[in-house]
Write a protein that binds this ligand. Structure first.
Ligand code: MSP
Length: 526
């Protein structure tokens, strides 16, 4: 039986202004999901939208729509964006989906019946945009510590989840399972900032919010934010529905990928809820950093100065989804913050995709066409240089596989690009055009071409998860089904001798950085 692999993004707050920054988690998960499919696993990739709360009612009212109408439009827009970015998810959950709401009610009731939820009254500082209550000491200069906006003091009857009982269990969990929360620095942050000072019980219902899931046994109360939102990871699999087969097959999650600002919810509240329900815990939570635009999480507003173009709806049609995806994987060290700038983006496309990957493929294909009428040759006359090249490529394959297991996608993609760099360097070193003129050089020339093609085949297989469109073009030219599981990636015997390569156009046209950059700034600042 195939190994299973269950990966999730957080469910997104509905927004029709998703930028490159917001798209990051989904783009990253897509590469991990596709890579695991290529490894032959049975993958389930979940994403979706987090659709309840006061803010939705407010935003819908502002544009004169019902909540549902407002949300349907945004969800359609979000799905279109994921399609544009070549995101291949297996399920899109909406927290307004009927099966989800029903299961959340049952989860809440179970927690109540098990004694983990009780009724009390809540007093605290509330930030409406973040839908978060804060204690006095958590406020930053009297404002919301997350978004910096005004907070107001509120008191109301509410249900509470006994989070305070889980401190020691969570510390044991992190200690006994160092993989649970990564990068490891996040563990210290959770322990020192939240668990050691003592966890407070968590307010899990509101009477003032109507747009949400009602508590089954006390319908004046609406289930508040985190039990509703976090449960999506199991309700999407059919947990507590008529058909729990996906739940049985895929839970526990292999990895929840999240942004660093929601680590507390995923590594403290979520495991506590699961422990209270007596359910298995996710195997791994990986927190990535933020994409910063001029040092800020959000794209600069117009009046703050020159604005970068960060809209994937503009960038993808101009430069391809592959180019946008590549930049994010390669430039933002996975797990840390990284910067986006128009110049860095355009320069990377030129340097890595056009000059390295694209150029290698095009010069190799034209040499094979020129010398052997596009026929794949055998490798009967390998010398030490050829063997050295082969060894460095195959070593790099091992590195890529290891790094992907560790979810170090930035170093993994760098490693894949190394394969193309080695191949370009090999061409310079062995100078096939000189070998072609040598008396009796044909056997060696055949070998060189074969080795180059094998390295391109392997590199294109490995890069498929990151850049499916360009990878597919190359693999198709070899007659390989792009979505097929990895085969012969640890050897140079993956191509059929005598087979003809199909024609391949230019993968990444070289860009005029100054001209393109001017175009993009103009679009963004119009
Ligand atoms: N709804 C909650 C999650 C609930 S999960 C049970 C939420 N939604 S969100 O829309 O604000 O964020 C969705 C994802 O986008 C998060 O992983 C977040 O970190 C990511 N990003 C939003 N802006 C970002 C950047 N500028 N850079 C990188 N990722 C960022 O949180």
């Amino acid at each position: 039986m195939k190994d299973k692999f269950y990966i999730t993004t957080p469910i997104y707050y509905p927004s029709n202004k998703l930028t490159l920054g917001n798209s990051y988690t989904t783009i990253v998960c897509d590469a991990i999901a596709r890579f695991n499919k290529k490894l032959g696993k049975d993958v389930f990739y979940l994403t979706g939208t987090d659709e309840h709360g006061q803010k939705i009612t407010q935003s819908a009212a502002k544009v004169g729509k019902s909540e549902k109408e407002y949300l349907d439009e945004i969800v359609a827009d979000t799905k279109a964006l994921w399609k544009l970015l070549d995101i291949e998810y297996d399920k899109f959950i909406r927290t307004t989906d009927d099966y989800h709401e029903k299961a959340v009610q049952k989860i809440f009731t179970q927690l109540y019946e098990k004694g983990y939820i009780y009724k009390g009254s809540y007093k605290g500082w509330y930030c409406t945009p973040c839908e978060s209550f804060w204690t006095e000491s958590q406020l930053a200069d009297g404002k919301c510590p997350d978004c910096g906006r005004e907070v107001k003091f509120q008191e109301e009857e509410a249900y509470f989840f006994k989070l305070s009982e889980f401190g020691d269990k969570l510390i044991d969990l992190y200690k006994s399972n160092p993989e649970f929360l990564q990068p490891i620095s996040r563990v210290n942050e959770m322990v020192n900032n939240f668990i050691k000072p003592g966890l407070n019980d968590l307010c899990v219902s509101r009477t003032s919010v109507k747009w949400g899931v009602p508590v089954e046994f006390d319908t004046d109360h609406t289930i508040y934010v985190w039990i509703d939102a976090l449960s999506n990871y199991i309700t999407a699999l059919g947990f507590l529905s008529e058909d729990e087969s996906n739940y049985k097959k895929f839970w526990p999650a292999d990895v929840h990928v999240i942004g660093k600002e929601i680590v507390r919810f995923h590594s403290i509240i979520w495991p506590a809820i699961l422990m209270a329900l007596d359910l298995p815990l996710p195997k791994r939570i990986f927190a990535h950093g933020w994409i910063l635009f001029g040092g800020d999480k959000l794209s600069k507003s117009k009046d703050a100065g020159v604005k970068e173009c960060t809209d994937p709806r503009v960038l993808v049609p101009m430069y391809s989804a592959d180019a946008v995806r590549y930049f994010l994987y390669r430039e933002i060290p996975f797990g840390s913050d990284g910067n986006y700038s128009t110049e860095a983006f355009l320069t990377r496309i030129n340097a890595d995709l056009s000059n390295n990957f694209g150029n290698l493929v095009s010069r190799t294909f034209s040499m094979v066409k020129k010398y052997f009428a596009s026929e794949i040759t055998d490798a009967a006359a390998a010398n030490a240089d050829d063997e050295e090249f082969k060894t460095s490529v195959l070593n790099e394959v091992k590195t890529v596989l290891k790094l992907m297991e560790e979810l170090d996608i930035t170093r993994a993609i760098t490693s894949i690009m190394n394969i193309f760099t080695y191949a370009n360097t090999y061409i310079q070193k062995v100078q096939p055009w000189v070998v072609a003129k040598e008396e009796g050089g044909e056997a060696r020339l055949k070998t060189i071409m074969r080795y180059l093609l094998e390295s391109i085949r392997i590199g294109s297989q490995l890069i498929y998860a990151f850049m499916p469109e360009s990878s597919a073009k190359v693999l198709n030219a070899f007659g390989i089904e792009p979505t097929s599981e990895f085969a012969n990636i640890d050897n140079f015997d993956g191509l059929e001798t005598g087979k003809t390569l199909a024609e391949l156009g230019i993968l990444f046209p070289r860009l005029d950085v100054a001209a393109e950059s001017e175009k993009l700034f103009k679009i963004a600042n119009e």
